[in-house]
Each structure stands twice: as C-alpha cells, then as structure tokens.
Design a protein around this ligand. Structure first.
Ligand code: SF4
Length: 351
C-alpha cells in the first residue's frame, strides 16, 4: 500500500515542512483530489486492507452516496473495521430504519427560509446556502435530506437573497454554508464575498467548512488571500470530530489561515462509536489548539432521518462533558449544545 498514515504522536514530532514529501496526493490539485475521492466502500476497504465481511451490514445503493477524499482515508487506521473516521462515512443498512423523532428537517431550516437559499433563524445573523456539494459525505449530516434542488441558487435567487440582506440592517454577520462553501470556485467565492462586502452593516463573514480538515489542499495561497482581503472580519468554523482527522497537512493549512488573522473555530458532533469517550474529546481539544483552532461547539446529534445509530443519551453527553471540563482549561472546552427548531439560539445541555 503506497500511502502514509499519520498518528497523532507522529504529527506532533514531524517538522511541518516535510509533510508534502510524505503525502502521495500532495502533487494533485484540490480539484483532482476531489475527483479521485472514494465513491465505493469496496475500493475504500481495499485501500485500507479491511475485509468487507468484518463490517456491519451496508446499503448497496445508498441514496446519500459514499464520498471520501483519499487524504481523509489516509487518516484512518489500515486493517481496523472500527476506525472512528471510517464509521463516519459507512452507509449502514441501519440508516433505512425509521426511528421516531428522526426527521428530514431536524433543525427547522425550511421554516426559517427567508428567501431561496437564505436561512434567517437568529437575530443579527443569517445563513446562505452556497452549494449542495460537499467533499465528504458524513452519514450523520443534519442536512442529508435537505431539498437542495428546490433551493438551487440561480443568479436571480442569489440577487433576491442579497437584496434581503441589504434591506435588513440588523444582520451583522452572514454565514456561508451548504454543502460546503469552500467547494465554490475561487471566482464564484470572490464574487459572493465582494457582494457581501458592499453591504455596510455586515461586520463579519463566517464560513462553515469541513474542507480544511478533509481536503486541506483546498487552502491555497489564493484562497487565503481571498478570505483575508475584505474589510470585514472573517471567521472559519471547521468541523472535526476526532483528533485523528487533524493531520499534519491540516495543521499547515490552519497555520496559513491563521497567519492572515482568520479566526479559526471548530464544531464537533457527539457520535456513538466515534468520539463518545472523554479521552478522545480531551485529545481533540488539545490537537485543535496545536492547530491554532479553538473548540467552539460540541453538538448533541441533530435527529436527522437515517442517523439514529449515532445518537448517545443526554446523560452520557453530560457525563462526558463534565469529565473534559475537569481536565481542560476553560478555553479548550467547547459549549455542549443542542439545536432546537424554532429556538432563538442553540440550547446548552444542562443537568
Ligand atoms: S461536510 Fe457538513 S454539510 Fe457536508 S455532509 Fe458533512 S456534515 Fe453534512
């Protein structure tokens, strides 16, 4: 197998500038890496030396297809069918079991749609759906059933959304989400940022993206320049659930962003079998800080249809939370929250 797997200890001890020589995908552009992402479990298992028979029952043709960039697969442990990163991307048969309370729109996105592709839930900020595409398909995704087709962004719809933002002077922050906003081409992203930068009451532009973690090659010098060049503050909220996701390449990408004063935060989702362990959550916070990222939110799972097998109880979530609180300094403890459809903010879990 001609690839390299990082371990957390190895990452810590390795000079960052040697990473490109260790990564066989380093010579490919981010677009090429995206095109070469795994779309079949058997190919992924072959790459990882995992016997398909050692996995739980899988779906043959999942409607939410498999997508795993090779560099994310490189963070998985070869030969381990229980790898916590692998578990995030396997299309289990269990997804097809209907479970009460697990619904297609668990956080009330559709009811909060102010214009096509513009979600206005909270005071002072609104969220633009920029694309339906993601670099990875996370099986627990709360938007896995989102009707992206109905919310496809034509130039006219985009114009209406921008017009809404311009006419709501209480909106001080715009969140670019998706899908993944960093899958837009540089040109499209630049155009969108320029349009937002012209609106005087926008103080901050926030991007929610999993790309710096699952496809760090996307963080090109040109992209960093683009994100750092506007008059508003730029905040990038990453999404990592396990310390093994934060490879040395991810650390380099984050250093580049941080060097241009882009604020880096992380949100994670509590996932059974992935990170429902105090040691893992502790290591995640420590590794995030090594990468210049502050832990922001630790979400209880949004009950999206097809994700019930990832859920853990509130009492377990709180117990884990108290354990990491007692081990980490306050600035490395993310807020443990749940999103409730229609609520004015994310609700902290409390005993
Ligand atoms: S990257 Fe985010 S939006 Fe895309 S599938 Fe994963 S959780 Fe969902």
């Amino acid at each position: 197998m001609d690839r390299f797997r990082y371990s957390t200890a190895l990452i810590r001890n390795k000079p960052l500038k040697t990473i490109d020589t260790l990564n066989p995908t380093a010579s490919e552009s981010w677009q090429q890496q995206l095109n070469h992402a795994f779309s079949q479990v058997d190919a992924l298992c072959h790459y990882l030396n995992i016997d398909m028979d050692s996995l739980p029952e899988l779906q043959a043709n999942a409607s939410f297809p498999v997508k795993v960039p090779r560099c994310f697969a490189d963070c998985m442990e070869p030969g381990n069918p229980d790898d916590p990163l692998l578990k995030q991307v396997l299309p289990l048969q269990e997804e097809n079991i209907a479970v009460a309370g697990f619904v297609s729109d668990p956080v009330g996105d559709l009811a909060a749609m102010a214009e096509a592709g513009l979600i206005h839930k909270y005071q002072g900020r609104a969220l633009l759906i920029t694309t339906a595409a993601c670099a990875i398909h996370c099986r627990y995704c709360f938007r896995r059933n989102f009707p992206y087709i109905d919310n496809q962004i034509t130039p006219q719809k985009r114009h209406r959304a921008l017009d809404y933002i311009a006419h709501h002077s209480e909106l001080e922050e715009i969140i670019l989400s998706g899908g993944d906003p960093l899958l837009l081409s540089d040109n499209k992203l630049e155009q969108l940022l320029e349009n937002l930068q012209k609106i005087p009451h926008i103080k901050r532009i926030r991007l929610h993206s999993r790309l710096p973690v699952v496809l760090p090659a996307r963080i090109t010098p040109h992209l960093v320049q683009l994100l750092a060049s506007g008059p508003q503050k730029t905040i990038l909220v990453l999404h990592a659930n396990h310390p093994n996701e934060l490879s040395a390449q991810v650390a380099v990408a984050c250093q580049q962003l941080k060097s241009r004063n882009i604020t880096l935060l992380n949100q994670s989702v509590l996932l059974k079998g992935v990170n429902d362990c105090a040691d893992t959550l502790y290591a995640l916070s420590e590794r995030l800080f090594e990468c210049d990222i502050l832990p922001y939110y630790l979400h209880q799972l949004d009950p999206a249809q097809g994700t019930a097998h990832f859920a853990i109880s509130d009492s377990k979530a709180l117990s884990l939370y108290h354990q990491i609180q007692s081990r980490l300094p306050g600035y490395l403890v993310p807020k443990l929250v749940r999103e409730i459809a229609g609520a004015a903010y994310k609700i902290p879990l409390m005993r």
